[in-house]
Design a protein around this ligand. Structure first.
Ligand code: NDP
Length: 429
C-alpha cells in the first residue's frame, strides 16, 4: 500500500470513467487486486450478510461510492471515500481539500474519547442523600460496570467515572467509559443495565431507563485550517471582500437558527458521507452534533470562520462530538466499508474522528465560498441538469448533447429534459 506521505498526481481523476479510476487506484497500490476486482464487478454487500445485519431483509440498497483525494490532516495525506446521492458534494469537497492542502492542511485535536451512559432514577425519597450515597459508592459501581463487560477492560478501556445530578424529579447517574476503538453503544448499554438494580437499592428509587447518551461531550474533536487569501481570489481586494463575507456568513449562522440549520447541513454533507462509507452509525453522530449545536439553548452554526487580515488568511474552526469507531457494529461485515478503511490507511478511531471533523470543515468552506461569491446554484445547475437528463431516460452517450441544451432551456425540469431527449432522438432517426 502507498503510504500517506506519498505524493500522487490526481489531475484528471474526475474526468476518468469509474473503471479508469479503479485502475488508477490499483496501479498506485491504493487498492489490492481483490478490492479492485470487488469494485469492478460491483461485488458489494451480499444478501446473506445483509440478512444478518437487519431484520425482514428483502434486498440491499446501493448508493454512489466516490473518492475525494488528498486531505492533508496533521501532516498526513488521506484518500477519503464518500457515500452520497447528492450531486456536487464530492466536487465541492475535492475543491476545498485541494485549496486547504495548499494552505498548509488541517490541524486537529482530540480533546478526549469516552462515551457517556446514564441511568435515570425516579421516585427517590431523599434525592440529596441519594446522590451522596451514589458518589460514595463510585468505586464499587465502576467495578460492577467493568465486570459486566470485561473484554473492554482487557483491551485497555473500561468505566472511568461516576457522576450523579438532580434534574427536576429525577436523579441521573452518568458513567463515562473508555470504549477504545468501538463506538461503544452496546457495551455502555450493558454496563448501565448492570448498574440499575444497585442504583435503585442505593437511592431507594426506581430506574426509568439505563442507556448510552448520544450527546458525546467527552469525545470532542477540533479541526482547524487557515486558508490563504490568494485561493479566494487572485485579486487582493476581491479576496479581502470575500473573506469578510465568509466571516459574516459564519456570524449569521451563530445568530439565526434558520441559517444555522442550513449551515450545519452543509457540514454534514461531507461528514455523513464519510461516516456512512466507514460503516459508522450516522444517526448517532447527527444526534450528538445537533445537540452540541444548541448547547447554550440556541441552535447555532457548528463552525466559525474569521478573517485574519494581519496573517492574510481565513481561519476556520470546527469542534464536534465525534464518537466514531473502527471496530464493532457492522464495520467488519460490509466489503466496501473495508475498502474505505483500507484507502484511509486504517486510521485509529481517534485519527478517524479527526479526519471526519476536517472533512466537515472542508465541506463548509466550499459551501460558504460558493454562497458568498457566485451563489450555490451556479455549480449545482450542471449536475442538476445531468440528474434530470438521467431521470428522463437519457443514456450516457446522449448526455453530452442533452445537458448543454437543458442548461440553456427556459425551465430546468423533467418535462423539458424529456422533450429535448425526444427531440434529439427524433433527429437522430
Ligand atoms: P459492538 O457491540 O459491535 O461492540 C464492539 C465490538 O468490537 C466488540 O465485539 C469488541 O470485541 C470488538 N473490538 C475489537 N477490537 C476492539 C477494540 N480495539 N476496541 C473496542 N472494541 C473492539 O459495538 P458497540 O458496543 O461499539 O456499539 C455500536 C453499535 O451499537 C452500532 O452498530 C450502533 O448502531 C448500535 N447502537 C447504537 C445506539 C445509539 O447510538 N443510541 C443504541 C444501540 C445500539 P470484544 O467484545 O472482544 O472486546
Amino acid at each position: 500500500m502507498v503510504n500517506q506521505m506519498t505524493k500522487l498526481n490526481w489531475a484528471g481523476f474526475s474526468k476518468k470513467s469509474p473503471e479508469e479510476r479503479i485502475a488508477f487506484l490499483e496501479n498506485h497500490q491504493l487498492l489490492n487486486p481483490e478490492e479492485q476486482e470487488a469494485l469492478a464487478q460491483h461485488q458489494v454487500l451480499s444478501l446473506e450478510i445483509a440478512n444478518q445485519m437487519a431484520e425482514n431483509v428483502i434486498g440491499t440498497h446501493s448508493l454512489p461510492l466516490a473518492l475525494v483525494p488528498d486531505f492533508l490532516i496533521d501532516g498526513k495525506n488521506y484518500q477519503v471515500t464518500f457515500v452520497t446521492e447528492e450531486p456536487s458534494v464530492v466536487a465541492a469537497a475535492s475543491f476545498a481539500a485541494k485549496i486547504i492542502k495548499r494552505s498548509g492542511g488541517f490541524q486537529t485535536r482530540v480533546h478526549d474519547r469516552k462515551m457517556i451512559g446514564q441511568v435515570a432514577l425516579f421516585d427517590v425519597p431523599d434525592k440529596e442523600q441519594a446522590v451522596q450515597n451514589i458518589l460514595q459508592k463510585s468505586a464499587s459501581l465502576l467495578s460492577l460496570a467493568n465486570e459486566a463487560h470485561p473484554s473492554i477492560v482487557k483491551r485497555g478501556g473500561g468505566a472511568r467515572e461516576v457522576k450523579a445530578e438532580i434534574k427536576d424529579n429525577f436523579i441521573i447517574v452518568y458513567l463515562t467509559v473508555d470504549t477504545q476503538e468501538a463506538m461503544g453503544a452496546n457495551m455502555v448499554n450493558t454496563m448501565m443495565e448492570a448498574l440499575a438494580p444497585t442504583l435503585e437499592e442505593v437511592s431507594g428509587g426506581q430506574s426509568l431507563m439505563a442507556i448510552l447518551s448520544n450527546y458525546a461531550t467527552e469525545s470532542l474533536v477540533t479541526a482547524e485550517c487557515a486558508v490563504d487569501l490568494r485561493f479566494l481570489s487572485r485579486k487582493q481586494e476581491e479576496a479581502h471582500y470575500l473573506a469578510r463575507k465568509m466571516e459574516l456568513a459564519s456570524q449569521l449562522a451563530q445568530i439565526d437558527p434558520y441559517r444555522a440549520s442550513t449551515h450545519n447541513k452543509g457540514i454534514f454533507n461531507g461528514i455523513d458521507a464519510l461516516v456512512m462509507a466507514t460503516g459508522n452509525d450516522w444517526r448517532a453522530i447527527e444526534a450528538g452534533c445537533h445537540a452540541y449545536a444548541c448547547q447554550d439553548g440556541q441552535y447555532r452554526g457548528l463552525s466559525t470562520w474569521t478573517f485574519d487580515e494581519a496573517e492574510h488568511c481565513l481561519r476556520g474552526s470546527l469542534t464536534l462530538p465525534m464518537p466514531i469507531a473502527t471496530k464493532g457494529g457492522s464495520i467488519g461485515l460490509n466489503p466496501t466499508v473495508q475498502i474505505a478503511h483500507d484507502l484511509l490507511g486504517h486510521p485509529s478511531a481517534r485519527e478517524l474522528a479527526s479526519i471526519i471533523t476536517s472533512v466537515g470543515l472542508a465541506q463548509n468552506f466550499a459551501a460558504l465560498k460558493a454562497l458568498t461569491s457566485t451563489g450555490i446554484q451556479a455549480g449545482h445547475m450542471k449536475l442538476q441538469a445531468k440528474s434530470l437528463a438521467l431521470l428522463a431516460g437519457a443514456r450516457e452517450t446522449e448526455l453530452g448533447q442533452l445537458v448543454p441544451q437543458l442548461l440553456h432551456a427556459k425551465h430546468l425540469n423533467l418535462e423539458t429534459a424529456q422533450a429535448i431527449l425526444q427531440d434529439l432522438r427524433n433527429h437522430k432517426n
